[in-house]
Design a protein around this ligand. Structure first.
Ligand code: KG4
Ligand code: ZN
Length: 338
């Protein structure tokens, strides 16, 4: 039987909606970014995020149904992000998803946001096969996992403090580059002088695959305080920060591949859109004789397609209860294996 899943993502500041068909693949996807709403505050304001999601979800559902030229009668399930994320934002998406599922008489499937990211590379033509090692890098998470199947995740290392995306965002703020920070830092870093500043590579002297990124942000702050912050200096600091963050991620990935005896690395999550990270990992994987997999740029950051896809994988074990439980905090290791 063909499954056709409507996916709804509202965990943070992007409203993403998509339709995934188990025979035909991704039929449509649409995204509304809330950047303009939050920009003047320099970061995401949770209450405004929830309100924007409420305004945008239904118009986006209509848009993807039209894009896919399909009728709501053909939708066999509604998947939505039920955690981790901002509670109000999660509730906005889950309420709409459950309402639609109830009125269409189909199941509603609560999806783990990070599982969505992790499985996003499966939407690409060149998709990885299990088992593989995965680097999940977003605004709220930084983790390395061994992946042997859907729901079969062993965390090899995690951040002990800030997520790498968070460190990009905070460094952007320190440099006066505003929100969202990651793309801004990487854009100005292109003009940076690679020799001017050298940032430390946190935790590489310690064994294991855990990360720590809060020190890099402090290093950026100390460097800013000692320098005259002209345009070139901002670019030089951005370069040094990005170089250190990317290098640290590469070193830990190499360790993880060795530990798991794997030649396949998957990167996913917002920071996976970082071109320098992709380039450095490509070089590393070609030196190791392995392969690197990642989603297209727009499916690295939050989107509905990854939720529709993950929902389709979990459809047949879905809990269809219509209560409004969301999980703002939720470890990926708690998910049941398929
Ligand atoms: O996955 P995502 O869209 O949302 C979360 O689940 O958190 O990731 C957002 C994070 C933000 O911290 C953002 O600054 C970072 O990903 N990011 C980037 C880039 N694009 C987004 N970081 C570095 N370079 C980028 N090009
Ligand atoms: Zn995300």
């Amino acid at each position: 039987m063909t499954d056709r899943v409507l996916g709804i993502e509202t965990s943070c500041d992007d409203t993403g909606v998509a339709i995934y068909d188990s025979d035909r693949g991704l039929l449509a996807h649409a995204l509304y970014s809330q950047i303009k709403t939050h920009q003047e505050y320099g970061g995401v304001v949770p209450e405004l995020a929830a309100r924007d999601h409420i305004r945008k979800v239904i118009p986006l559902v209509d848009a993807v149904l039209a894009q896919a030229a399909c009728d709501s009668d053909s939708i066999t399930a509604v998947a939505y992000t039920c955690g981790p994320g901002l509670a109000g934002a999660l509730l906005a998406g889950s309420a709409v998803a459950k309402g639609l599922a109830f009125s269409w008489g189909v199941p509603a499937i609560g999806v783990h946001h990070m599982e969505g990211h992790l499985l996003a590379p499966m939407l690409e033509e060149r998709a990885p096969e299990f088992p593989f090692t995965a680097l999940l890098v977003s605004g709220g998470h930084t983790l390395l996992a061994q992946v042997t199947g859907v729901g079969q995740y062993t965390i090899l290392g995690e951040t002990l403090d800030d997520a790498v995306g968070e460190a990009f965002d905070k460094t952007a703020k320190i440099l006066g580059l505003g929100y969202p920070g990651g793309p801004a830092v990487s854009r100005v870093a292109e003009k940076g002088d690679p020799k001017r500043f050298k940032f430390p590579r946190p935790m590489i002297d310690r064994p294991g695959m855990d990360f720590s990124f809060s020190g890099l942000k402090t290093f950026a702050l100390n460097t800013v305080e000692k320098a005259l912050l002209d345009e070139q200096t901002i670019a030089d600091i951005a370069y040094a920060f990005q170089d250190a963050a990317v290098d640290t991620l590469c070193i830990k990935c190499k360790r993880a591949l060795k530990e798991t005896d794997s030649k396949k690395l998957v990167i996913a999550g917002g920071v996976g859109a970082n071109l320098r990270l992709r380039q450095q990992l490509e070089i590393m994987m070609s030196d190791l004789g392995g392969e690197l997999f990642y989603p297209r740029i727009e499916f690295c950051t939050d989107n509905g397609a990854m939720i529709a896809y993950a929902g389709a994988q979990r459809l047949h074990q879905a809990n269809t209860d219509l209560s409004f439980q969301v999980k703002p905090r939720w470890s990926i290791e708690e998910l049941p294996a398929l």
